[in-house]
Design a protein around this ligand. Sequence first.
Ligand code: SF4
Ligand code: SF4
Length: 183
Amino acid sequence: MNENGISEPPSDPAEAFSRALARLPGGAGAEKCFSCATCSAGCPVRKVFPDYDPRRILRMILLGRGEELLASPLPWLCSTCYACQERCPQGIPVTDLLVALRNLASRTGHKPAALQMQEDLLVKFGRLYEIDEFDNKKREKAGLPKVVMKAEAVARLHALVAAEPFPPRGTPEAETHPSGSRP
Ligand code: SF4
Ligand code: SF4
């Protein structure tokens, strides 16, 4: 804060990263980690990919290696099972932190190409898979109703959010947003 009481942007990139992360829902609390590795011990993804380690991700955040973390596949490997969050003795929302990391990665141009493709499909069709005539014939044979690819509701929602982005959760503006309040 300067002599006029105005907060100045941090000059340290590590601090800037921590602040950007902490502003996102679930993005605060990494500084409470005392590196006990309880999260790593129970992580099912770590059992399959030994290089994946939630404790290591927390250390990278604290050591100011945010850019390296965002550019890596690590935030995207979590299965969001919440085992680490349930067990952390420090009460750190580890899973929520990982989700916040993904959101920050998306906002800073680090979204994996496969996920971007899924997002594009969702916006275009309202589902992750385009149902064509071939699929509908198979459905018909199975006695299932035809699926009509319509994404007007999704397009309307996107237009609404683009015109008036969601305010932060918990603010009065969020409650009165025209898209309806979030859960
Ligand atoms: S369980 Fe909590 S305190 Fe222990 S290493 Fe993981 S995040 Fe840090
Ligand atoms: S939420 Fe993610 S990091 Fe935590 S235990 Fe599950 S897979 Fe591992």
